[in-house]
Design a protein around this ligand. Structure first.
Ligand code: ZN
Length: 161
């Protein structure tokens, strides 16, 4: 893992990565794709050779995971249709408010917290889609909901396949 702190202006945000769980601080937040330029030095004198590296970076703790070799284009291609961080957060919070309003009732129908969590999560997903999916662009809503459901699966200790 890599930490952005200290590199400052050599980091340039080049895309959205959507809501992801940070492997360092465990927060679910919209992450960004960054290009980090490093200038090589020879005897402390910068020489005109720059190397570029790409990372997906957490906005909370600034931990970055390197983008896998050959995966940058795919990531940036996906990034084009992902919402920006503010929009993603707005959708996430809206989804969360539907969860807050409905989850207790849903759990009652599936046997409580020790009941069928798979079924509860499926019903929750349907409820969220029914209530708010039409308010948002499909390309924005679906990946954000998918991340949200993964975060709920985490909390409910469900393994998603
Ligand atoms: Zn983090």
């Amino acid at each position: 893992m890599f930490f952005l702190a200290g590199l400052g202006s050599n980091a340039k945000r080049i895309g959205n990565a959507g809501f992801q769980k940070c492997p360092n601080c465990n927060n679910w937040k919209p992450q960004g794709v960054y290009e980090i330029s490093k200038q090589a030095t020879a005897f402390f004198v910068p020489i005109a050779k720059w190397s570029k590296e790409y990372y997906v970076i957490c906005p909370i703790c600034q931990a970055g995971l390197p983008v896998k070799e050959g995966k940058l284009n795919e990531l940036l291609q996906k990034s084009i249709t992902l919402p920006d961080d503010n929009k993603a957060t707005e959708i996430w919070n809206d989804i969360d408010s539907v969860t807050v309003a409905n989850l207790v009732e849903i759990l009652k129908t599936t046997g409580g917290t020790s009941g069928d969590n798979h079924a509860a999560l499926a019903i929750l997903m349907q409820t969220i889609q029914k209530e708010i999916a039409s308010k948002y662009t499909k390309e924005y809503f679906e990946p954000t909901l998918a991340s949200y459901i993964r975060s709920m699966a985490d909390v409910m200790e469900i393994k998603l396949t």
